[in-house]
Design a protein around this ligand. Sequence first.
Ligand SMILES: [Mg+2]
Length: 359
Amino acid sequence: MKITGFETTALKVPVRESFVGSVKFECFNPVVVELLTDVGLRAHGVAMVFNNFHVGLLKSCVDAVAEVVVGGELERWGEMWERLRRTSTRIGNDGLGVYAMAAVDMAMWNLRAKALEMPLAKLLGGCRDEVPVYASNYLWRDRSVEALQREAEMLVSQGYRAMKMRMGWKSRQEDLKRLAAVREAVGPDVDIMVDVLWVWTVYDSIVMGREMEKLGVYWLEDPVPTHDVAGLAEIAHALDMPVVSGENVSSKRGFRDLFERRATDVAMIDVQAVGGVTEWMKVAAMAEAFNLPAVSHLFDEFSVHLVAAIPNGTWTEHMPWWEAIYQDPPQPVNGSIRVPQSPGIGFELDRGAMERFRL
Ligand SMILES: [Mg+2]
């Protein structure tokens, strides 16, 4: 099957209620790339920025990178990936060039699974048909203690067995009070992941980490900037709870150092930041060699398939930031999502929504 062309669409999907994570979030900007073929099949991949930052640049990068697979054979996935890599690394070894490459690579895997009439998860390995999810789109930094407790209780009542909150914005004492309030709201049996979004020092992380362990925190995510591999390793060594890092790391080369130096206890792989489905699978296999579990970051529509495909997949982050662009995306039930069984990612773009959100 030959790739004959592509279409890219930049979108602006508003948030329902703004929130503070690493920054204040007001909207998301997916750039959808659809690949077209000589047999009439089409499938899409997606890259994303937020708050209208760089969305024009991202679309330009996707257009530039997608061009190189036109005329290529869909079945030669290694060769297609090399073409993408050679082009995208001229834009950069991480950031927008890699995001663009990732979107095209996602589209190619979606297309291959459609061509073979199987769900992407099965094409990639098919280890399970259901994946556990944790609720991630709540418990933000700007929420009051009362709001945190309300949200946490609501998530438990919706069947979630795990959820993520953010820390690292308030004083240490205040942060611990907020965490204790969430623990009180959910009871002892619900897992609480904590994401610090890279703002602590090694000292903060170890001192706070010891207190957080007393409150039964499930994992400590990105306590310090990811480039501080020695610092991450020191924190991972000092604490009993897992330290998790990797969501902003590009390519297997980036992960190699994290794994070799035991700087993360869980491989958190973002399908966009890492360079697409091809590279996600390679990093997950490399994690397996280090006896590490692998978890997804964002991109629910692809991540559910990726985590379901591999033997060491544990959690999928549920962060449906732009699910409004889809028809009937799968929803969590009792803390898990069933892997869609239709070909490709298993559900289609909503053309009406695409028009409404088009930039
Ligand atoms: Mg994170």
